[in-house]
Design a binder for this molecule. Structure first.
Ligand code: MTE
Length: 309
């Protein structure tokens, strides 16, 4: 986090029978990926990028994307995640989906991926990540998964949780943050096609320092909303707690939309410098909703975004 750039601050366990049955239902009728684990070459031939939302800006280099990170579970320095994330076990991985959904359960990530059709996948979805880099993500809209598990009408928000594994995540052995890292979205934000669950970038599996094996990407919000290494997704009725809001409520609100008109209490948010451009790269004006206003401004119609920041 810093003034120079956009603020970005900062179970393969026993599967209960019910969850197992739900998993089968999840996969049924979903046009499973032809070959299990067809994440690499098969996808490389496809152009399932939702060009409507993609930017034509040049992506940052893989080196920038993987060596300038925030992942406090591995330390405070931007280079710490690259140095220390190697120990994180990301396979097998499962995600517990619960709360107000029709098919709660603990789903193996492989099964989740098999349930996503090729048409639904976003491949090299080049979006301007809000802190600020251009990253070609691979993944699928969060709405795809939420539709599969059937969100009930009473659910108004989605809560997310990062894995809690202090043995592999040295930062979690410190009191730096209240672990595990948690985040949340309002339901319409969660269902928006720009909101994706990313499982890779540049056509390769997600690097550990970027939140392997599955992380959120919400391009119109500050980087800290995009929670990494997710193990729990819960549909809830009330606005869930979020790590940075708990940590510093005056500085980080629930919505956290990129908004050049609302200063952070300690710095202006009116301009930014793209990461990787070098210290002498010109600063550019920060755009409302990170430039995705046409797509998302309507979600906030009638809200006072100075109050609901
Ligand atoms: N998720 C977890 N679990 N822990 C973190 O510290 N940092 C957030 C977000 N997700 C963070 C996290 C912040 S502050 C930013 S800017 C982005 O991840 C950075 O994502 P990147 O390193 O892939 O660019």
């Amino acid at each position: 986090m810093g003034k120079a750039f956009r603020s970005g601050i900062p179970s393969a366990e026993i599967t209960p029978k019910e969850a197992y049955l739900n998993r089968r239902q999840l996969m049924t009728g979903m046009g499973a990926l032809a070959a299990a684990g067809a994440a690499g070459p098969a996808l490389a031939k496809l152009t399932t990028v939702p060009s409507k939302y993609s930017t034509d800006m040049k992506p940052n280099s893989l080196e920038d994307i993987t060596h300038y990170n925030n992942f406090y579970e591995f330390g405070l320095q931007k280079t710490d995640p690259a140095a220390y994330a190697g120990k994180l076990t990301v396979d097998p991985w499962s995600v517990e989906i619960g709360g107000l959904v029709d098919k709660p359960g603990t789903y193996a990530l492989d099964d989740i991926l098999k349930g996503v059709t090729l048409e639904e996948r976003v491949y090299r979805f080049r979006c301007v990540e809000a802190w600020s880099m251009v990253i070609p993500w691979d993944g699928f809209p969060l709405s795809t998964l939420l539709d599969r598990v059937g969100v009930q009408p009473g659910a108004k928000y989605i809560a997310f949780q990062t894995v809690l594994r202090p043995s592999e995540m040295p930062g979690q052995r410190s009191g730096l943050l209240d672990w595990p890292y948690v985040e949340g979205l309002r339901m319409d934000e969660a269902m928006h096609p720009l909101t994706i669950l990313a499982t890779g970038l540049y056509g390769e599996p997600m690097p550990k320092q970027n939140g392997a094996p599955i992380r959120l990407v919400v391009p119109w919000k500050y980087g800290f909303k995009s929670i990494k290494s997710i193990v729990k997704i819960t549909a809830v009725a009330d606005q869930p707690p979020t790590t940075w809001n708990l940590q510093a409520p005056k500085e980080y609100g629930f919505y956290s939309n990129v908004n050049p008109h609302v200063d952070h209490p300690r710095w202006s948010q009116a301009s930014e410098r793209r990461i990787g451009g070098g210290l002498f790269a010109p600063r550019v004006d920060t755009l409302m909703f990170n430039g995705y206003g046409d797509e998302v401004a309507s979600l906030y119609a009638g809200m006072d975004l100075r109050k609901d920041f």
